[in-house]
Structures are given as C-alpha cells and as structure tokens.
Design a protein around this ligand. Structure first.
Ligand code: NAP
Length: 284
C-alpha cells in the first residue's frame, strides 16, 4: 500500500495569498481587476464571487459588471474596448463559459493583450506555445505548476498523461508539463483505451468533468491532479477521480474541493500582479 499524500491547494493558496499581500502592500498604487460576467450561470456566479473576494482580501481594487444572457455581442465588445482604454484597470477577465450565441474567441481577443489576466487571447496563447518567457500562463495551469512547486515535485522524465484538451486547461497544462521536461500524452473523448494509457502515467492531470479515474487504473506511486468539477444534485462538488479508491495507489493526490480550485484563484491574483508590474515597468 502506498502512503498517499494530499496536495493541499487550500493551504498552499493561503500561504501564497499571505506572500502576495505583503508585496501588494508595498505598491504605490493598488492594481485593479475588472471582471465581466454574462448571464446568471450559478456556478459562474460562485467562481466570480470567489475571485473578487480573494482580490479584495489581497488589497486589489475590483470592478464587476454583470450583463444579461441575451446581451448583444457588440455591447460586450464595447465594454471590453472601454476597459482597455482605462489606465487604472490592469487586468480584464471575462468569465467563461459565455452564452452560446456569443463568439467566445472574438470576445476574448478583444481584451488588450497587456491586460489579459487569463492568458487566453491569441497573442498570449501564441507567446506561451512558442516559448516566450514573460507571457501570461492560463490560471489553472499556473495554479497546478505552483502546487507542484510547493510539494517539490519535479516532473522531468516522467510520463505525464493529461486528460482533456481544452484551450482553458488541457492544452496549456500539457505545454507546462512539456516545458518541465515530462513526456506528455494528451487524451480526449475519442482516445481509445484511456484506462491502459492512464495505467502508464507517472503523473495524471484530469480535466474532464466526469468521474473517469479510479484507483484500479492508476499506476502505483503516480501523482494525480484532479481538475474536474462535477456538481451533484445534493450541491456537493466532486472531481474526475474517485478519491477514496485512489488512496493507497497514488503517491500524491489533489482533492476536490480544496485542490486545483483555490490554486486557480490564487494564480489569477499572481497573473494580475505580474501584469501590473509589467505595465509599470517594475518587472523586467
Ligand atoms: P471542456 O472544454 O468541456 O473540455 C473537456 C475535455 O474533456 C475535452 O477535451 C473532452 O474531449 C474531454 N472529455 C470529455 N469526456 C471525456 C471522456 N469520457 N474521456 C476522456 N476525455 C473526455 O472543459 P474544461 O474547460 O477544460 O474543464 C474541464 C473540467 O475542469 C470541468 O469539469 C471544469 O469545470 C473543470 N475546471 C476546473 C477548474 C478549477 O479551477 N478547478 C478550472 C477550469 C475548469 P473532446 O475534446 O474530444 O471533446
């Protein structure tokens, strides 16, 4: 039986919050995060509230605007254009998912690349995938990287299996693991025999939103990062991994809740801090 250790995202994010608070307290001016939510998706409302609360607790100023789900695309583009021109706004976040009548890529790409706090514009994505050092890393990926660093996990030479290939999580996380010299396999809904691929993984990152992993299909001593979020009808949140059955197989596992979720939020705060310092020429 392997003694499984917990990758505690809540505790790690609290430590990183305290560290950031000290740095922000030394700034001449408070950085500002502007958040746009379109629609009233209950999960999105919870995430936005958590992001604004964390930002304020660190000492950032926040601007929040919520628009109805049927808002025309031009109105959203105008709002972003307006925020782009306001010098006091340092980071702009458009909460995803957007209602289906809207062109997500067009809206995300309207954000000034220097204020792209989620790192999802084509400029930042292109920079990231071509190895530009000072680009913005998407928040969940940066959060996972920070969690690996906190626990001293070096993935070099490991076989990493990433399940999910979204622009938001799967692809940038695969790139992050590749940058750290892991050998990366990316899986998705059309992958054949997913279980046997996961069985060969030294580290698994699962970003699907369905319960697809249990202890039986994990290699002993593997590291398990559970990004998935499944909201049960009783209001409870679980991840992609059957946590209890993974205990005794995995060497490390991130729980849901309390794993990647809080790390995504704190990574957003570090992204804002970096954008601010870059805009003020405080970061080389
Ligand atoms: P997404 O865009 O819906 O992508 C899901 C991915 O999972 C797709 O690539 C899809 O494959 C793949 N997939 C679906 N069913 C599968 C299956 N049975 N076997 C293997 N792969 C399968 O979602 P996302 O935005 O990346 O988010 C993924 C999950 O992470 C969601 O549960 C989301 O709520 C959660 N999330 C959590 C955080 C956090 O901070 N904790 C942040 C962001 C997202 P195809 O490409 O073939 O369709």
């Amino acid at each position: 039986m392997v003694n499984t250790k917990i990758l505690d995202g809540k505790l790690t994010s609290e430590k990183l919050t305290e560290k950031l608070k000290l740095q922000v307290a030394n700034l001449a001016k408070k950085p500002t995060l502007a958040v746009l939510l379109v629609g009233d998706n209950p999960a999105s409302e919870i995430y936005v509230k958590a992001k604004l609360k964390k930002a304020q607790s660190i000492g950032f100023d926040t601007i929040f605007e919520q628009m109805s789900a049927d808002t025309a695309e031009e109105i959203i583009l105008e709002k972003i254009e307006d925020w782009n021109t306001i010098d006091d706004i340092n980071g702009i976040l458009v909460q995803l998912p957007l209602p289906s009548h809207l062109n997500k890529n067009k809206i995300l790409n309207e954000i000034d690349e220097e204020k792209d706090v989620d790192g999802l514009t084509k400029f930042n994505s292109g920079s990231y995938y071509t190895g530009v050092k000072d680009c913005v890393v998407p928040c969940t990926t940066r959060g996972i990287a920070m969690l690996l660093d906190e626990y001293g996990i070096n993935v070099e030479g490991m076989h990493a299996v990433v399940v999910g290939r979204s622009n938001l999580v799967g692809k940038p996380t695969a790139q992050m693991l590749l940058n750290r010299n892991a050998t990366v396999t990316v899986c998705h809904s059309k992958t054949k025999d997913l279980e046997s691929i996961i069985k060969t993984a030294d580290i698994v990152v699962s970003a699907v939103g369905e319960k697809i992993i249990n202890g039986k299909i994990l290699k002993n001593d593997s590291i398990v990062i559970d990004v998935g979020i499944e909201r049960r009808s009783n209001g409870k949140i679980t991840g992609d991994v059957d946590f209890d059955s993974a205990l005794g197989h995995a060497s490390f596992i991130s729980p849901v809740p309390g794993g990647v979720g809080p790390m995504t939020v704190i990574a957003l705060m570090y992204n804002l801090f970096d954008l601010y310092r870059r805009q003020q020429h405080l970061l080389q």
